[in-house]
Design a protein around this ligand. Structure first.
Ligand SMILES: NC(=O)c1ccc[n+]([C@@H]2O[C@H](COP(=O)([O-])OP(=O)(O)OC[C@H]3O[C@@H](n4cnc5c(N)ncnc54)[C@H](O)[C@@H]3O)[C@@H](O)[C@H]2O)c1
Length: 425
């Protein structure tokens, strides 16, 4: 089986690196996105997302002549669907983009083609939702064309390396489909290709993210307990993790991003009677921004009129992605409590995000602030000097949700330091 021409639908954080990597490995790739801005930006040599190394990779792919950008799919030997799967109201999976992509592929489908769904999806999506839409072509999945679910587990910030090095789970609707998908991904994946069925592969992806969500929920709950008992949860977790079979993750401002904070809900929706712990973990993590703001109120009193310098809006360190970010939620809650928030997000240049004004640089944001709130452990913040902040701020108060500030150094400069997971002193 040869894959000389493939079509990748969705050119975001997953689809664009995937399309470009295939292209730089000698495959002709039609990259498709329904968003005209994405298509225009890429065609004009620009980039609509930030990811280390991506600009160079996309430019190389375009220069090779193997990657073309279009707003609709065209005939190919394999189709990869990498469109978004967010949730709608009441935390229900929004599969409209997956369905639209499958519908767009159906008229182009030919005998012997392979279709791969990469988008994170609820259990049974491949066999119960995608297969019937593709079979509108008159061809049967597993018999006339191959169909597989191949989840992506890359880490934003390291996507280009992990895309190639990570082991991949390949779930076919039958063995022949899994073998076909293995053949396709073996063109560039150096990790192991692990074959299974499509629904198991869907579950594997959801289980991975749910496991992390539940683990972070217990860490957040440990943090709240530590705050009540007047101990330091960061030290306690470090000590507990010295147990050879314990690995507790870190507490923080909450859980964001479009993966860990979304995917567990797909399991809750699919089996609400069974996924009780999973739902509770989601609720604990979704409640963490409220907890952080309440903790600040206990320590610093009335928040009304307070000028807050918020450091970071991304959902995690060293990425530009703001989706479902708990940092944004915390800023909104501070605003609702009557505080005046000015945020600095080194990865964003726009003047405001979701009604939260952004400063140009750290100095502008710290100037005359009453309270410094560290919400994301971006590399740029690690060198923040307590002495410099003390010079600029009106009051020396700091709230650290990510354990970034060195308490002793900041207290030496006269700061009252509050840390998530450490009891009030
Ligand atoms: N970003 C990650 O780190 C990551 C990791 C693992 C899995 N995933 C999953 O991969 C999928 C894609 O995520 P992403 O982060 O790349 O999303 P994204 O929002 O960055 O990109 C998706 C792109 O698809 C386009 N699109 C929407 N409908 C389309 C259609 N019908 N045809 C063609 N293009 C269409 C959008 O315009 C957008 O540019 C999601 O299911 C996500 O959960 C993402």
């Amino acid at each position: 089986m040869k894959f000389q021409k493939i079509c990748v639908l969705g050119l975001g954080y997953i689809g664009l690196p995937t399309a470009s990597t295939f292209a730089t490995h000698g495959v002709q790739v039609i990259g498709v996105d329904v968003n005209p801005e994405v298509v225009n930006t890429l065609r004009n040599g620009g980039l609509h997302i930030q990811e280390p190394g991506l600009r160079t990779l996309v430019q190389a792919a375009l220069r090779s002549g193997n990657l073309t950008i279009q707003n609709q799919p065209a005939a190919a030997e394999a189709f990869i669907i990498a469109v978004p799967t967010p949730f709608r109201e009441q935390k229900r999976a929004d599969l409209r983009a997956v369905e639209a992509a499958a519908q767009a592929i159906a008229p182009l489908l030919q005998r012997g083609n392979l279709v791969v769904l990469e988008s994170t999806s609820p259990p049974l999506t491949t066999v119960e939702k995608v297969a019937p839409l593709l079979e509108m072509s008159g061809l049967r999945s597993g018999e006339d064309f191959y169909l597989a679910y191949v989840p992506e587990r890359v880490l934003p910030g390291s996507i280009l390396r992990e895309l190639i090095e990570n082991d991949r789970v390949i779930g076919g609707v039958n063995r022949a489909s899994a073998e076909a998908a293995r053949h396709l991904y073996s063109l560039f994946v150096r990790g192991e290709l692990l074959l299974t069925d499509a629904t198991t592969a869907e579950m594997v992806k959801l289980m991975e993210n749910t496991y992390r969500d539940v683990n972070i929920a217990v860490a957040n709950e440990f943090a709240r307990l530590a705050e009540r008992f007047g101990i330091n949860v960061w030290e306690a977790i470090e000590l507990a993790n010295r147990h050879p079979r314990v690995n507790i993750l870190h507490p923080g401002p909450g859980v964001g991003g479009h993966c860990i904070s979304v995917d567990p809900w797909f399991l809750v929706e699919a089996a609400p009677d069974l996924a009780r712990l999973i739902r509770t973990a989601r609720e604990v993590n979704d409640g963490q921004p409220h907890h952080v703001v309440e903790f600040a109120r206990q320590a610093f009193g009335d928040l009304h009129g307070l000028r807050i310098a918020a450091l970071g809006l991304a959902y995690k360190a060293d990425v530009d992605d703001l989706r479902e970010s708990p940092a944004i939620e915390i800023c909104r809650l501070f605003q609702q409590a009557g505080a005046e928030v000015l945020a600095f997000e080194p990865y964003r240049q726009e003047p405001q995000v979701d009604g939260i004004p952004l400063g140009r640089d750290l100095n502008q944001v710290l100037q005359a602030a009453d309270l410094l709130v560290v919400l994301v452990a971006h590399r740029q913040f690690r060198s923040l000097s307590a002495a410099a902040a003390a010079q600029l701020m009106r009051h020396r108060q700091a709230l650290d949700a990510v354990n970034l500030l060195n308490r002793a150094a900041w207290e030496k400069e006269g700061f009252q330091v509050l840390k998530v997971g450490e009891g009030l002193r």
